[in-house]
Design a protein around this ligand. Structure first.
Ligand code: ADP
Length: 476
């Protein structure tokens, strides 16, 4: 059953309240009453009536008016219609027809409620729209790619912060300023123009923009036309992407390839030279000389093979970088095995290897092949760059977080200026001591990659003509 409409009658005249009750309750309304403004307000708060009939002048001249203002001023009750009655009207009976007035009042009330509902709905829609707009704005504001919108006259309509940053514009953009004020890159300007005049079937104009100043980013620009409902181009949306890193990677790759080519060419050219000497007989037929030439060729061939093996190691490392099998390695045992394998080489040079590796070294989570490569290289260098009859110390220990391995030698040492570059690819110290020692300059760079790939650290301390210490820390 529909609940009865509640009518509050506020009047200090008991008879009037009585009359109202008699005439309105019969019509199916629930009548509430209050005898003064204060009670009237309490009743409004408690009962939330659908309509109020109020005497304008009750105990005080303006109390009815004050109550009605209080009600209208409260957002929760403002929609409740109030019928104000004056005593004159009542006394004369002119304007006092509760039944008709109440009906009209309630109609008004339902209209007001309907209007309130519509207003709230509209506000909700507007809020949703505003939320959606601010969401989109936030996304555009925060995106890393630059976004630039220009109109038919090549004036800037919109530019996000990334767009300004990538174009090197520090000041705010004025809507409507020519795009040529933002950039003087002729390639970008002609790309935007080209996007305005694309042929049927072409969706966008794209181009890599060359950095014009040393610190400028390299950009990829994609310009697409904006069409109206008649398929007319009304502007251009340009997306700018910073491709500096990609370009650098590309450059690093080609530098590496040319370094490899260079490193391969030198020994091959030497071997070819020796072969020419033999084949053309220019070296005479001194067997000793011939032997020396062949030996040198063999050495260069070995160097070439070592280089190719190191290059293969690098490419294997890069290929398997993501999923390399790691195991709990007993590093102490592994180090002893490696030292054992190096004994032959050490003996040739009369170098002694002294070990201080505890048996109970904690296990490290690592790839066996990689770790073997690191310490083989360090021991190999410690022997190779040592003096005849020198010494090599292999020490290991552990603390709470790391296993520390040190390979120390009493060899030729490393000049200070070279230390910083020691782990660079193909870097070799050029001195009269190293001239006769073959190597690729890749061993230490590979070692560093491996150690860092295990979240470890490699460092070197060296004193020229006294020796070097390479230290590796691997996390437990
Ligand atoms: P390679 O030994 O094949 O040349 P590495 O990357 O292993 O390449 O070493 C790079 C360079 O660092 C060597 O050419 C050498 O000049 C220097 N070096 C490495 N280890 C030592 C060492 N223990 N003592 C002196 N110099 C060293």
């Amino acid at each position: 059953m529909k609940p009865k409409a509640k009518i509050l009658v506020v009047d200090d005249d008991l008879d009037f309240i009585e009359i109202s009750k008699l005439s309105l309750e019969g019509q199916g309304y629930q009548i509430l009453s209050a005898f003064n403004a204060k009670e009237g307000w309490k009743m409004v708060e408690k009962q939330k009536p659908d309509l109020i009939i109020m005497d304008l002048m009750m105990e005080r001249l303006d109390s009815g008016m004050a109550l009605s203002q209080q009600i209208k001023g409260h957002p929760q009750y403002t929609a409740i219609p109030i019928l104000m009655l004056t005593s004159i009207a009542r006394d004369t009976g002119m304007d006092f027809t509760p039944r008709t007035r109440v009906t009209r009042g309630l109609e008004r009330r339902s209209l007001l409620l309907e209007a309130k509902k519509l207003r709230e709905e509209r506000e909700r829609n507007l809020l949703e729209l505003a939320n959606e707009k601010s969401r989109t704005q936030t996304i555009i504001h925060c995106m890393g790619d630059g976004l630039l919108v220009t109109n038919r006259d090549e004036q800037v309509v919109f530019c996000n912060p990334a767009g300004r940053r990538l174009l090197g514009v520090k000041r705010p953009i004025q809507v409507g300023e020519p795009i040529a004020h933002m950039t003087n890159d002729p390639e970008l300007l002609s790309l935007v123009e080209a996007a305005m005049n694309l042929k049927e079937g072409q969706e966008m104009a794209s181009k890599e923009l060359v950095a014009r100043m040393p610190n400028d980013p390299a950009l990829m620009a994609n310009c697409a036309p904006v069409k109206d409902e008649k398929n007319q181009t009304i502007g251009v949306v340009t997306v700018l992407r910073d491709i500096t890193e990609l370009k650098e990677l590309d450059k690093a790759k080609s530098t590496f390839v040319s370094m490899v080519a260079h490193e391969l060419r030198a020994p091959l050219a030497a071997i070819e030279g020796y072969l020419d000497v033999i084949l053309e007989g220019v070296g005479g037929d001194d067997p000793q000389k011939m032997h020396r030439i062949l030996e040198r060729s063999r050495e260069r061939t070995r160097g070439l093979l070592a280089l190719i093996n190191d290059l293969l190691a690098i490419s294997r490392m890069q290929a398997g970088r993501l999923a390399k099998e790691k195991e709990k390695l007993p590093l102490g045992i592994l180090l002893k095995e490696i030292a054992e394998l190096m004994k032959g080489e050490a003996l040739e040079k009369k170098v002694t290897i002294e070990m201080a590796v505890p048996d109970d070294l904690p296990l490290v989570q690592a790839n066996r092949e990689d770790v073997t490569r690191v310490f083989t290289n360090l021991l190999d260098n410690a022997i190779k760059y040592n003096h005849h009859g020198g010494r090599v110390f292999l020490r290991a220990g552990a603390d709470d977080a790391f296993v520390r391995v040190e390979v120390q030698d009493t060899g030729i040492g490393i000049p200070k200026k070279d230390v910083a570059h020691l782990f660079d690819e193909f870097y070799r110290v050029k001195s009269k001591e190293t001239r006769a020692i073959t190597g690729t300059g890749l061993g230490l760079s590979i070692a560093k990659k491996i150690v860092e790939g295990h979240n470890g650290h490699i460092e070197v301390e060296s004193r020229l003509h006294q020796g070097s210490t390479f230290r590796v820390l691997l996390p437990l």
